[in-house]
Ligand binder design. Structure first.
Ligand SMILES: Nc1ncnc2c1ncn2[C@@H]1O[C@H](COP(=O)(O)OP(=O)(O)OP(=O)(O)O)[C@@H](O)[C@H]1O
Length: 279
């Protein structure tokens, strides 16, 4: 079943010379239990597309779409009350910088509890138990101690796990993960990705994984959307995107993978595009 359906999404920001179009007619959908990766270079509009879904863009942004539906509900016409039932509860988002996304002044247990308070009817003692359960679920060692820690007392990987615990606290149907592993070292990246895949298996949530890392895409995604300069360049299942990319930009991205490095220097996307054009 289709969970998220986006058609012809356009997002513009006011600029000194008029309106700057950050997302230019993007369409995509995510099914239950599916991992959709959105790849593309920095500034290609990946985050802005998902912030539009969450309704988290600044008021000055101009957003339009022919369709913006979650679980059969039109996200464009929700009342504030309906929105608060869906956003942060049925759809949640995790961001790139775990430490910056947590509030340094409160313990991680308090911050997870706030999510439960806002979106569930659990009582104080039940919430305390649920906080411990969530910390254990995301693989935080010694949850009873870590619950009372402040973000700076945890490692980057542990903070990202706390963010994931907050995001899945209300058992969302859809999780939007914006570069969830970029700030982490490679072994921790792997663990966080494994955790997201495990949550997908156990809860059947749909996952949108925003990344510029094609290695991460190959290891996790079912389908891929390639974005460039605010537009969708191509879309397909992960095998066909890797084996027979149709668009020049996707081929350039693939050519820039580290394992294709030549002469001790990592190629850039610009090198890939130059190679494409030379052929
Ligand atoms: N609040 C804003 N006001 C003006 N322009 C913005 C705003 N947010 C994003 N943009 C612009 O929109 C474009 C797309 O940004 P976006 O963050 O979606 O890129 P991205 O593909 O997610 O890149 P990254 O991988 O670096 O996060 C960029 O040019 C960015 O500068």
């Amino acid at each position: 079943m289709v969970l998220l359906s986006i058609e012809n999404l356009v997002v513009e920001f006011p600029a000194s010379t008029g309106w700057f179009r950050a997302v230019d007619g993007v369409s995509m959908s995510v099914n239950e239990g599916e991992i959709l990766a959105i790849v593309g270079e920095s500034g290609s509009g990946k985050s802005v597309s998902m912030l539009a879904v969450m309704g988290l863009l600044p008021p000055a942004a101009r957003v339009s779409a022919d369709r913006l539906e979650f679980d059969g509900k039109d996200l464009r016409s929700l009342s504030a009350r309906e929105r608060s039932k869906i956003i942060g509860r049925e759809i949640s988002m995790i961001f790139q910088e775990p430490i910056a996304s947590l509030n340094p002044s409160f313990t991680v247990g308090y911050q997870i509890d706030e999510v439960l308070k806002a979106h569930t009817s659990l009582l104080g003692r039940e919430r305390r138990e649920r906080v411990l359960e969530l910390l254990a679920d995301v693989g935080i060692p010694d949850p009873a101690v870590k619950r009372d820690s402040y973000p700076h007392q945890l490692s980057g990987g542990q903070c990202q796990r706390v963010m994931i615990a907050m995001a899945v606290a209300c058992k969302p149907k859809l999780l939007l993960a914006d570069e969830p592993t970029t700030a982490l070292d490679v072994t921790i990246q792997r663990q966080i990705l494994d955790l997201l895949m495990q949550l997908r298996r156990e809860t059947g949530l749909g996952l949108v994984l925003i990344t510029h890392n094609l290695g991460v895409v190959a290891a996790t995604a079912d389908r891929v959307v390639v974005q460039y300069d605010g537009r969708k360049m191509e879309e397909g299942d992960v095998v066909s995107i890797f084996e027979s990319p149709r668009h020049e930009y996707t081929r350039a991205l693939l050519a820039a993978l580290p394992e294709r490095a030549m002469g001790g220097r990592l190629p850039s996307v610009a090198d890939g595009l130059a190679m494409e054009q030379a052929q």
